[in-house]
Design a binder for this molecule. Structure first.
Ligand code: DHB
Ligand code: FE
Length: 270
């Protein structure tokens, strides 16, 4: 390969050496897979057209977040302390409304789905409670759709930045999110069908928990008994992240659940 660089041959910068090593390895492994699987020209053309369609359909963020982000996260988690995290995914939007410690996420007056109260405490690694911490939360509704990405969901639905109160505590009313399928009309869905893979993720809450002087935690919470917990297309479920909410008695039209979950943040290394 020809390098366009100011460095003399053999004098690569550390960054060039890292890009060289990684890109060379990736290209080599793909070439080896072509050999190992005896790829034909027809198959090569099909893959090429699929890759082009992924770009045209704007599905590269989806491809990366579903099939690769979990590995980067697992690597990063090795050197992190505190609560478990998992992938960010493609549906985070910044600047959700700020909400007090006892609150409800913005939702439709007739928001479908079972009700959920999530309460808990944000603490530092040494146990110090963190008042004024932020839980930036977003989730799909019971229908599995995210606001900002689906035309029938009102803007800002089920998104909010909750500020912890005294003793770092919070209590958020929301709905139980439904299972989510990656868009199945586009090239990613096409790949799932072609390979016989499930396109589903178990229902989940997304959170970025942050506090002054601490490393922000990007995580998701799942629900015991949910379909797809063991077959998440994005491979992002961890046992520590699975909730078992208790059902409150007396739910009439909707079931009501509540659960406690605490978050432990690692102090930032300065
Ligand atoms: C994807 C969607 C999610 O809701 C998520 O949490 C992770 C990944 C995706 O479609 O890529
Ligand atoms: Fe998600």
């Amino acid at each position: 390969m020809t390098a366009t660089t100011h460095a003399a041959p053999g004098e690569k910068t550390p960054s060039q050496r890292r890009v060289d090593a990684f890109a060379f390895d990736v290209i080599g492994r793909i070439n080896q897979a072509i050999v190992d699987h005896d790829m034909t020209y027809d198959e090569y053309d099909a893959v090429k057209q699929w890759l082009i369609r992924v770009g045209e359909a704007g599905e590269w963020p989806l491809v990366l977040d579903v099939w690769f982000e979990h590995t980067v996260e697992e690597l990063a988690a090795r050197s992190r302390h505190g609560s478990q995290g998992t992938i960010l995914g493609p549906y985070y939007l910044p600047d959700a409304p700020e909400l007090p410690a006892q609150t409800a996420l913005p939702m439709r007056s007739d928001e479908p789905g079972d009700r959920l109260v999530l309460r808990g405490q944000v603490r530092s690694l040494d146990g110090t409670p963190l008042p004024g911490a932020t839980l930036d939360m977003w989730q799909a509704g019971a229908d599995g759709y995210y606001s900002g990405f689906h035309p029938s969901t009102p803007e800002g639905n089920l998104r909010g930045r909750v500020r912890t109160g005294e003793e770092g505590r919070f209590e958020v009313q929301t709905v139980v999110p439904g299972p989510y399928t990656i868009p199945i009309e586009g090239p990613c869905g096409e790949l799932c069908r072609a390979a016989g893979w499930s396109p589903w993720r178990p229902g989940h809450l997304h959170l970025i928990v942050s506090a002054q002087g601490h490393v922000p935690l990007t995580t998701q919470l799942y629900f015991e008994g949910e379909e797809y917990l063991d077959n998440d297309v994005a491979s992002a479920v961890k046992p520590e992240l699975v909730l078992s909410p208790a059902e409150e008695p007396g739910g009439s039209d909707r079931r009501r659940f509540s659960e406690s979950y605490d978050f432990v943040l690692e102090p930032a290394r300065s």
